[in-house]
Design a binder for this molecule. Sequence first.
Ligand SMILES: C[S@@+](CC[C@H](N)C(=O)[O-])C[C@H]1O[C@@H](n2cnc3c(N)ncnc32)[C@H](O)[C@@H]1O
Length: 610
Amino acid sequence: MGPSRARSHQGPPEPLHESKFSGSKKRKGGANDSRGSKRKKDLPTAPAAKKSKSKFQDSKPAPKAAKAKKSATPKPSKEVENAKKSLFEDSEEDEVIDDKLELESDDDDEVEKAQKLGDDFLAGGDSDSEIYDSDDENAPRPVFSDDEDESDAEEKLTAANIAGLSRKLDMQKAIEEAEAAAELAESQMQTNIAEDKPRILGDAGAEDGATAMAPPDITLLRTRIADTIRVLEDFKNLHEDGRSRAEYTAQLIKDVCEYYGYSPFMAEKLYQLFSPAEAFSFFEANEKQRPLVIRTNTLKTARRELAQALINRGVTLEPVGKWSKVGLQVFESSVPLGATPEYLAGHYILQAASSFLPVMALAPQLNERILDMAAAPGGKTTYISALMKNTGCVFANDPSRDRARGLIGNIHRLGVKNTVVCNYDAREFPKVIGGFDRVLLDAPCSGTGVISKDPSVKTNKDEKDFMVLPHLQKQLLLCAIDSVDHASKTGGYIVYSTCSVTVEENEGVVDYALRKRPNVKLVETGLTFGTPGFTSFRGKKFDEKLKWTRRFYPHMYNVDGFFVAKFKKVGPTPQAKATPSEVNATDGGGEAAGGGGEAGDGDESEFRGF
Ligand SMILES: C[S@@+](CC[C@H](N)C(=O)[O-])C[C@H]1O[C@@H](n2cnc3c(N)ncnc32)[C@H](O)[C@@H]1O
């Protein structure tokens, strides 16, 4: 079985998608839903409940659940019928399109190949069903307006795809609801939660307390995690006598490590960002691949034309969401997306949806001079150039020669002509060149936002990484700020982004820069969704304007975890800061990439803390 891809939209949850589709999809999945943890592959998680039940569970499903399952399959529920009705009631035209659609068989292997082939960003997904076949005479012919920007075109494209998918989703939803009911009934039987407080830790000091603390049967681990979260969310009413919150938290972290495969350090670090229930959603989302997304290269084609061309090749897709005019979310493909004629001709790039966001926040203008400080493999550089319509000049810098090869490849393939590729440690800017209208710093980071793509992040980072990386990020951000021309007629902006969700790498870095560079202020990112950044965290207060930064979480928006902050430079760089000697001094003694503390500030300890 190939990779399954999430069908829920990326970006802000829209009522249409959340209520009609993604709720059920979240519970659905296949073998690839649990790449991160070996342990989890064996578990009867909600997504895999049906399969694993026979394998692992001794207890039979409750009679009620069995009944629900039986009744679900032949006939979609009333709710499903209503949902379907409301999907199409707005548009007669959509119904016509629906009538023309044909469902086809799976071919997930092809998409897997495509993902491997792409030399730019790769994104996964979560699906296992139908595709449109362009060879079929009855295949859909989506209706596009002449104007790419008109939301009408998006609606129609969306409707065309949604209609085709809806039939199977209707059935899936009914089955999944029944499975969820069965699972709930089973877990209630296992833990007696309907009648009693969940028994997780046992009585304090009692012998059976120790027994309860022992690792449970693996099939019950998930239930215990859910129960512990329930207790932590309603501690007053649900905790066992004599047991503290800290004890439950410690047990939960232990169980999370065992179930999902995190190191205790990483489990705790990530857990601290959320409420217990939200942390659970985050950990769960990290087990699922994000949807495969392609970005239309508007230097060569328009989205509607690209979509049509790919649909004709047997690709099922739809616009990534209203927030992007260039993204297409791919559900199924019978061709390798990294080797289609359109790909080779540079009509699109495989690019994670969240990686559009920093460029959208940067909002490059025609004829500007822009620096992309950490540019390889060029997903953002090439998007910047497309928005600038190949005018002006983009300096695309990356110190990694290997990664720069991918950057150059993408630049050529996508027909980008306004770019200079360079190879510096970006802490050498603005000594190399300065006076830019805008600078993008998509900083090297720990990758805690992309655990679904790289599960090794669960275990391969330790405390030192979260000192070294923020240290480097702070240095780079100061250089980014110093490289911008505050008097730029069209710009004067800096965007800082990471694909990490930790506070040290995000708010901590931004807050530091605000303190060190009073000639910049935070401004709104202009992004239409995202969660406000922290203004305080675990006792540390940040600048109030940090609320204008944006966090993007996999469990909330079905995108990779990301952070975006936008600064406006309002005054010149103080002379002392702008001198080459300051930048030279940064080469002095740090461990991350050859740099040490920022010259002049001399406050090494500040680099290391928040
Ligand atoms: C998150 S990736 C950039 C992705 C890129 N912006 C894109 O959209 O394709 C971070 C990059 O930072 C680069 N990097 C690491 N240390 C750096 C430094 N000191 N100066 C500039 N770039 C650095 C890495 O080589 C890596 O390519």
